[in-house]
Structure formats: C-alpha cells, structure tokens
Design a protein around this ligand. Structure first.
Ligand code: AP5
Length: 215
C-alpha cells in the first residue's frame, strides 16, 4: 500500500453548484485535510467590509472572478496557518491557470477531484440552494430541505439568482474549465460524475479518494 503524502493538498474542482461544498466534509473526514473555500473566505471578507471584501464584492455580485492577485494572497496566508502543515482541501480554488501556477510554488497537490455536472442541472441546484448562516450547512429546497427548526433562518446567497448563475457558468467555461486539461496532463485529475443524487455522488467521491489513498 502506498502511503498518503501527508503534506500534499487536494483540489475539489467543478462548476458553480456542482456539489463541492456538499462533498467537502466527506473528503476532509477521510483525509484529515481542512477544507478551504475561497468563496467562503471572500464572503466573510465582504461581511467584515475589509479592503479585500470591498474590492471583491462587485466581482462576486456580477458572477465574475475576483482578481488573481487577491486570491493568491489569501491562499498564501492561509497556507501559513498551523493546520495547513498536512495539506489542505481546496474548494473553488484554483480557478485560473495563473492561480494554479502560483499554487505550485506554495504546496504540492496530489489529486484534483473534478465533479462533472451539466449546466441545466446546475441552474436548478443553485437557485434552490439555502444556507444556514449559523452553521454553514448547505440545503436545497427540493433535494435536501432544511429541517423544521432551521427553516426560518436559512438564507439565499445574493449571487444565486438565475441571471448571475448563467454568468458564473459562462465564467467557469471560459476561465476555469481549461484547468481540467492542465491537471489531466499532470496525471492527477480524477473525474467524477456529479449529476446523480447526493448519496450516489458521495459514494463515487469516497471510492475515488480511498483508491487514491491506497495507491
Ligand atoms: P464560490 O462560493 O466558490 O461559488 P461556486 O464555485 O460558484 O460554487 P458554489 O458554492 O455555488 O457551489 P458548490 O459546488 O459548492 O455547490 P453546493 O455543494 O453548495 O464562489 C463565489 C464567487 O466568489 C465566485 O463567483 C467568484 O466571484 C468568487 N471566487 C471564489 N473563488 C474564487 C477564485 N478562486 N478565484 C476568483 N474568484 C473566486 O451545492 C449546490 C446546491 O445543490 C445545494 O443546494 C446542494 O444542497 C445541492 N446539491 C449538491 N449536490 C447535489 C446532488 N448530488 N443532487 C442534488 N442536489 C445537490
């Protein structure tokens, strides 16, 4: 059995609404690597009205990518924290070739798990998404309804309108999708069919991570 290179990071890749946030807990549980979502980091910065947040807000509201320099600096700082010493699980990063190239100078990457989901399914997933602001738990009005004691406090993200989702998908196809070939050529891309129900996708994710962990 080939042992897991403990300091290597993992990338969870896919279009908006593919299920990255939904599946990240499972991968963190299996690998012990903390999840780092650049989207969550940016939303936190927007909420705090920090310089980064104030600059990122306009891009996020339009469904455009926040400039690489801001994102790379966020990740560089995150990797300096003590819990990053065994590698991280990146959710939604990198999203451009320059971000991927910058990451190479910061931490080794052992695997890129790519969730494949067609655009028509994405629209329904994102417009039906609701999040618990207290716990960060992700729900869906049809596929994973919030329980009775949570339903009154769930919120909808401001960038989860159909119009913004279409722009986010277009941004994904033009700027982020080329990373698939980039990582395929490096031999670390693992493609997963993310279109099925959550439980089925979780089984595929678990099998892929375990296969890779066991060599
Ligand atoms: P970010 O927050 O990363 O958003 P995203 O990539 O668009 O991804 P999402 O969070 O929308 O989706 P997800 O894949 O996590 O899906 P989820 O599990 O929630 O980024 C937001 C913005 O920040 C970007 O637009 C950009 O402006 C900026 N940004 C972030 N990172 C950046 C970077 N690196 N560079 C530049 N800019 C950056 O699932 C979605 C819904 O579907 C949920 O309701 C869930 O319950 C449901 N669901 C999940 N799986 C299934 C299933 N199998 N079946 C049915 N329903 C399902």
């Amino acid at each position: 059995m080939v042992s897991w290179e403990r300091s290597e990071s993992i990338i969870l890749f896919g279009p908006p609404g593919a299920g990255k946030g939904t599946q990240s807990g499972l991968i963190s549980e299996i690998t012990g690597k903390p999840q780092v979502s650049t989207g969550d980091m940016l939303r936190e910065a927007v909420g705090e009205q920090s310089d980064v947040g104030n600059e990122a807000k306009a891009y996020m509201e339009k469904g455009l990518l926040v400039p690489d320099s801001i994102i790379i600096e966020l990740i560089r700082r995150r990797l300096q924290r003590e819990d990053a010493s065994d590698g991280l699980l990146f959710d939604g990063f990198p999203r451009t070739i320059p971000q991927a190239q910058a990451l190479e100078g910061l931490t080794p990457v052992s695997m890129v798990l790519s969730l494949n989901v067609p655009d028509d399914i994405i629209i329904g997933r994102i417009t039906g998404r609701r999040t618990d602001p207290d716990t960060g738990e992700i729900y869906h009005i049809a596929h994973r309804p919030p329980p009775d004691d949570v339903v009154d406090r769930v919120i909808q993200r401001t960038d989860d309108t159909e119009e913004t989702v279409r722009q986010r998908l277009s941004t994904f196809h033009s700027q982020t999708a080329p990373l698939e070939s980039y990582y395929r050529e490096k031999g670390i891309l693992v493609e997963i069919d993310g279109a099925g129900p959550m439980g089925e996708v979780s089984t595929l994710v678990r099998d892929a991570v375990n296969r890779r962990t066991e060599g």
